[in-house]
Design a protein around this ligand. Sequence first.
Ligand SMILES: Nc1nc2c(c(=O)[nH]1)N[C@H]1C(S)=C(S)[C@@H](COP(=O)(O)OP(=O)(O)OC[C@H]3O[C@@H](n4cnc5c(=O)[nH]c(N)nc54)[C@H](O)[C@@H]3O)O[C@H]1N2
Ligand SMILES: Nc1nc2c(c(=O)[nH]1)N[C@H]1C(S)=C(S)[C@@H](COP(=O)(O)OP(=O)(O)OC[C@H]3O[C@@H](n4cnc5c(=O)[nH]c(N)nc54)[C@H](O)[C@@H]3O)O[C@H]1N2
Ligand code: SF4
Ligand SMILES: [Mo]
Length: 770
Amino acid sequence: MTREAPANDVDETQLEVGKPKSWAAGIPGVAVSLMRGMEQMGAARTVKTLRLLNQRDGFDCPGCAWPEPREVDGEHRKLAEFCENGAKAVAEEATKRRVGREFFAQHSIHELADKTDYWLGQQGRITEPFVLREGASHYEPISWDDAFTLVADELRALSDPNEAIFYTSGRTSNEAAFLYQLLVRSYGTNNLPDCSNMCHESSGAALAATTGIGKGSVSLADIHKADLIVVVGQNPGTNHPRMLSALEEAKGNGAKIMAVNPLPEAGLMRFKNPQNVRGVVGKGTPLADEFAQIRLGGDLALFQAIGHLLLQWEQETPGTIVDHAFIESSSEGFEDYAKHLREIDWDEVGVATGLPREQIERLARMIATSKRTIYCWAMGLTQHKHAVQTISEIANLALVRGMIGEPGAGLCPVRGHSNVQGDRTMGIWEKMPESFMDSLDAEFGIKVPRDHGHDTVAAIRAMRDGHGKVFFAVGGNFASATPDTELTEKALKSCSLTAHVSTKLNRSHVVPGKTALILPTLGRTERDLQAGGEQFVTVEDSMSQVHTSRGRLAPASEHLLSEVAIICHLAEALLGAGHAVPWRDFHADYDLIRDRIARVVPGCHDYNARVREPDGFVLPHAPRDSRQFNGTANGKANFTVSDLEYPQVPEGRLLLQTMRSHDQYNTTIYGLSDRYRGIEDARRVVLVNPDDLTELGLADGAMVDLVSEWRDCDRRAPRFRVVSYPTAKGCAAAYFPEANALVPLDAVADKSNTPVSKAVVVRLEPVAAP
Ligand SMILES: Nc1nc2c(c(=O)[nH]1)N[C@H]1C(S)=C(S)[C@@H](COP(=O)(O)OP(=O)(O)OC[C@H]3O[C@@H](n4cnc5c(=O)[nH]c(N)nc54)[C@H](O)[C@@H]3O)O[C@H]1N2
Ligand SMILES: Nc1nc2c(c(=O)[nH]1)N[C@H]1C(S)=C(S)[C@@H](COP(=O)(O)OP(=O)(O)OC[C@H]3O[C@@H](n4cnc5c(=O)[nH]c(N)nc54)[C@H](O)[C@@H]3O)O[C@H]1N2
Ligand code: SF4
Ligand SMILES: [Mo]
């Protein structure tokens, strides 16, 4: 399979490669925020918008899920409580550019299909609903009523509700998410795949089994109190930039930082905080005390080796390392774990990690002597075949040392999309527990289906095989974000209807089903006026804090509906006016939705009152709050035993990770500057270790096809420019989504079914330069 580059792609031969930066943020970060704001919004709107970003009376940043400081912790919000990439996310949404009737009259679907995600996104906000009718060459306007009738008719025509698929991306508010899952389940299916299936599903699976709750156990204040922070498989300088301020503060309090990554990411090395003088003019704060340049997928071996050393040292000096009191009172499985790690094959650990044994011993010593350890991770761990095992191994280390449910200690999966955690809390999951379904039934007097639905990978398979016929998405960009691009696009095109609730144009709109709809919606930044007056919504951050978000800008167009309104109107069209759920009341007054959330969703009692508190409220988390593990089957924290696994790479091949540049938000490309890595003006690049280049007989600047090798067939992504880069030996990196064509649909993580986007076996085939 070959995935051609879109015709209007940038010219990779013009690429500028500078030296990778050894520090993050500082003045260039401030400058870029303001510049992108001015380009998209103009001066007045930039100032107004950024003043409201992440403030109590303003809107939650539509970027990542990193939390804001809380008064209860004695912490205050600054006037500018955002980062460069938060400012870019806002500029992207609050842009003055528009995609309206003229645009679609001018550009045929054929022409649009040839554009990159970057070009599509840069065209601006969609202003009214559009339909692409069967056989038509252009999208044309459609009224909202006709659009809802069209979707309802298509859904009613299916022989089984399980032939419909309802995707969610993680920007959707709690209110919209709650109603969406209610609509989908009332209609009769649990086919609710979401971006989380491709993201932190592995973290959820590992933590639910080991600690009883699939969420992180720390607060921002804990990070400030920790004495050791392990940052593994994460690039916070780009993807959670304000985490660097938290790391800086922790360092100021004496913490040490251990970074585990195949890439020497600038944000892990040194941070220049633009909010203090030292950061603006000085050298900034050195962050990582120990940087372990691990091979892709070597983390399970690393954490097993560390576990082995901890147990060995405990044996040498009993009572110094293992928290026996905690293990005895609160856990199960320690003996098996200890037995499993008594012996370890150091040669294998060396091959898997690429790390010298002395360094692993230093890392283990840091963990052995820390009194308050926090483990942070993201996609570098979750998107591997053995991701769940790796995260469970981290949980093992935390349990050995009793590092959970204590101030300054715990497990911290750093979530991606700004409300991805909230969407799950509200029921967006293809396999919500029985108790949740029972509550829905009781609250609304309905009977929702219990059979588990399709996750993202299963949804693609269903469409490919003809069992998935209608695809509906609230947000996101399914075509580009998912693996195996060519196969997925074909699967989407085979649907009778694809419909997307979106703010901006993206690739998913131009790989249409027989009929396709674009339903434009309000963004976070925009005022949401309904029959009952101006509304706010609520979101949950990565640390389980639930709070309000109130849009304040004038909507991009008078024809936009809120996500809540779209879902309610669709429900009325599909389920009829007499349906047990009072859909019309809900979109008039969101307090009425929150009253229902309060009664259905665990931990959400008095929701309306508590979200109105200055910082909202924190959802309960038994291990964090009381060191209880009542969410597991045995009521204990569970040690787990995993075989040592790591990716196998044949001779002459490299292991490729697909990652984010500094200038994108997932499939939304803001620009072409991956500043911290020194890569400008290009995206079809592949970063390769200089020694590997020598062995492969390739030079920096060579053009290659990337060919991934999988048991069914080869997949080819043509014309990438080779960049000599200090990544771990044997490992390469290219950007998501350009490299998604290389990820086989069947390459998934054990237990979580997450696509393996960080360990693709590839060969580099030289091609002639243009
Ligand atoms: N600006 C911006 N912010 C974002 C996003 C964005 O696209 N842009 N996306 C949001 C979303 S949805 C998410 S999920 C997060 C993603 O946040 P990250 O997980 O930081 O995102 P990635 O770019 O996928 O980076 C993965 C990091 O893990 C490292 N890594 C890869 N494989 C391995 C491995 O095997 N072992 C170890 N130890 N490290 C490895 C990579 O070198 C890289 O530094 O960011 C969120 N925030
Ligand atoms: N190869 C590879 N693939 C990956 C990853 C990887 O690291 N490597 N990462 C995975 C991860 S972690 C994730 S989370 C997924 C992301 O997958 P998605 O969430 O599906 O993708 P996004 O690019 O975040 O979605 C962007 C689109 O959302 C729409 N949008 C933006 N704001 C709003 C809004 O307020 N409301 C609505 N309704 N729509 C809005 C816009 O139309 C925009 O084009 O991708 C996954 N795919
Ligand atoms: S750290 Fe994340 S949530 Fe905070 S301002 Fe930056 S992008 Fe937004
Ligand atoms: Mo994500």
